[in-house]
Design a protein around this ligand. Sequence first.
Ligand code: HEM
Length: 139
Amino acid sequence: MTPDQIRLLQQSWAKVVPIADTAADMFYTKLFEMNPALQGLFVSYTAEQQRSKLLAMLGNAIGNLNNVEAIVPAVQALGQRHAKYGVRDRDYGTVAGALLWTLEQGLGAAWNNELKDAWVAVYTVLSGAMIDAAKTKAA
Ligand code: HEM
């Protein structure tokens, strides 16, 4: 991730925060539309708890992009917990699709290819670390 991408991500996240509740609802609706079977994995938390955990984790990641090492252990542990939730590698692609769609809807005119590339870059780093950690644990 380049410094420009980090700046873009932090600026766009600041625009998501005020609409976070709506954005999270849109995200889960889209996700379950893309793959209804995934709904069966979300069993332990209420929608509201899940929403706030997801936003806190993403907010923490976006806030620490200048210092990625600081969040690596937390992201690895998150990946290992996701394996236990029943999340498979391919589900990360579905979540990426729902996330990008939500950002595009939520950010409207502020959305563009440069921003999309920056979000793809951060999601690739996070999901890659989660998937690798899940495999390490499984091995
Ligand atoms: C970068 C990617 C992701 C991030 C940052 C993320 C973040 C989180 C966080 C913070 C939690 C709260 C529980 C915990 O901390 O262990 C959680 C739970 C969960 N996530 Fe994710 N997640 C990601 C990808 C995915 C993917 C690809 C799926 C696949 C459908 C998924 C499904 C779930 C499920 C099923 C739970 C537990 C819900 C429950 O038991 O009710 N997540 N996620």
